[in-house]
Design a protein around this ligand. Structure first.
Ligand code: C2E
Ligand code: MG
Ligand code: MG
Ligand code: MG
Length: 292
């Protein structure tokens, strides 16, 4: 009796697993054709300097717009792509599109705008990435210091990746590197001291708990003071309320990103936002309104 029911459980488990694998295979094939069929699309979320109210840059966030009309968020396909070696193609595509878009904004508004691109840790160590980056900067004529690559702490603890060399080479080219979701990884903070990192992004989970947990406030305070000591710039992510924004600004974290300011938007919406700022600035300065 016990034996036979054990067998059933086992059989059930295997078929569940097979079902899961079959589903993943279907997804994978769809995703593969997504790149070829131009189903990937980028949204751009503004990073705002709260002291001046101006947009200083955007983070590029990928989405998969399937032909049946469903919009798939990155958390639902990036891990799949990563475990199947497809992330190189996605990262390369994202990097190219984002650089092109940013150069268009800069040409139009005639001031530096920055673009941040997420790069998965596994891709970061590849020499090809460095080649791609320098090629794309040449191709798009985007100034190197307008490009920031965002990587997570996971990268810094993986001893097998030639991270130091990659960081140094990007640094030499003038490209900036940000540590994304800072404080959520398992690494010690000391590595920051020894690596050429330019920016730290305070993770949404801490921002969310401002005024709810004194622990989060302490963590934010120490991240900010560490970043300042090391001459890293700071960006807070996931800012949703005026209170959170005020708290962060009072501690010296003036560049913020989150739903309080804007949701991720299309390239055209980003352009319109930048242009409307320009018109407002001219009005405020009393100059002629310049509608291009
Ligand atoms: P991330 O880099 O930490 O991106 C921030 C995420 O927080 C984005 O989700 C963004 O839409 C969301 N967000 C921004 N402001 C707020 C807010 O005020 N409240 C809340 N609740 N959420 C906010 P998204 O676009 O779903 O991206 C999720 C993650 O997927 C990203 O986390 C990043 O790790 C990864 N990802 C996105 N695009 C790419 C890409 O092009 N390449 C790679 N390799 N990974 C990507
Ligand atoms: Mg990011
Ligand atoms: Mg983040
Ligand atoms: Mg995050």
């Amino acid at each position: 009796q016990a034996k036979s029911s054990g067998g059933n459980v086992y059989r059930y488990y295997v078929s569940g697993l097979q079902h899961h694998m079959a589903e993943e295979l279907v997804q994978l094939n769809l995703l593969r054709s997504a790149i070829e069929n131009n189903e990937l699309t980028l949204r751009y979320q503004p990073q705002v300097d709260v002291l001046t109210g101006r947009v200083v840059g955007f983070e590029a966030l990928v989405r998969w717009l399937r032909c049946d009309g469903t919009l798939v968020m990155p958390d639902q396909f990036i891990p799949l792509a990563e475990s199947n070696g497809m992330l190189k193609a996605i990262d390369r595509w994202v990097l190219e599109q984002a650089c092109i878009a940013c150069q268009r904004w800069i040409e139009r508004v005639r001031r530096p705008i920055r673009i941040s691109v997420n790069i998965s840790a596994a891709e970061f160590g590849r020499p090809q990435l460095l080649k791609d980056v320098s090629e794309l900067l040449q191709l798009t004529e985007l100034p190197a210091n307008c490009l920031t690559l965002e990587v997570t702490e996971r990268l810094l603890i993986d001893k097998h990746l030639p991270v130091r060399e990659a960081l140094q080479s990007l640094h030499n080219q003038g490209v900036l590197v940000a540590i994304d979701d800072f404080g959520t990884g398992y690494s010690s903070l000391s590595y920051l001291q020894s690596l050429p990192v330019d920016e730290v992004k305070i993770d949404r989970s801490f921002v969310k708990n401002i005024y709810r947990s004194s622990r989060s406030e302490h963590i934010i305070k120490s991240i900010i003071s560490l970043a300042k000591d090391l001459d890293c710039s700071l960006v807070a992510e996931g800012v949703e309320t005026e209170q959170q924004s005020g708290f962060l600004a009072s501690l010296g974290c003036g560049v913020q990103q989150g739903y309080l300011f804007n949701r991720p938007m299309s390239e055209e919406q980003a352009m319109a936002l930048l242009c409307s700022e320009r018109v407002r600035a001219k009005c405020a300065g009393g100059g002629a309104v310049d509608l291009i």
